[in-house]
Design a protein around this ligand. Structure first.
Ligand SMILES: [Zn+2]
Length: 113
């Protein structure tokens, strides 16, 4: 018997599929898993709500924050890449993507293809 294969949904941040995670929550064009939400919560908890400035932090505090900051950058980059891949699947031109980002067609292609 032929079964229709449903495309697995993936977390836009870590790439795990809905089968690999306990929960997957969807937003417009993106999904996030319970594990990544946990990471986000830890980032929020680690960030003082009244930020006094980088110069007020100790070396240890700054060093401790590096890995979290990098993970945040990587996660955000993943969302951007996923959005662009979706646009490319819809045959939206590199010209249009570049224009939306305020960069040239060539620069958009070099960065995201
Ligand atoms: Zn995830």
């Amino acid at each position: 018997m032929l079964a229709l294969k449903k495309k697995l949904l993936k977390c836009s941040f870590c790439g795990k599929t809905e089968k690999d995670v306990a929960r997957l929550i969807g937003g417009p064009g993106v999904h996030i898993c319970d594990g990544c939400i946990g990471t986000c919560n830890r980032i929020l908890e680690a960030t003082p709500s009244s930020f006094a400035g980088w110069d007020k932090m100790t070396n240890e505090q700054l060093l401790d924050g590096l890995k979290t900051a990098e993970a945040t950058v990587e996660a955000t980059r993943g969302v951007l890449q996923a959005q662009i891949e979706e646009l490319r699947q819809r045959n939206v031109s590199w010209e249009a993507i570049g224009k939306a980002l305020g960069i040239s067609r060539q620069a958009a292609w070099e960065r995201f293809s």
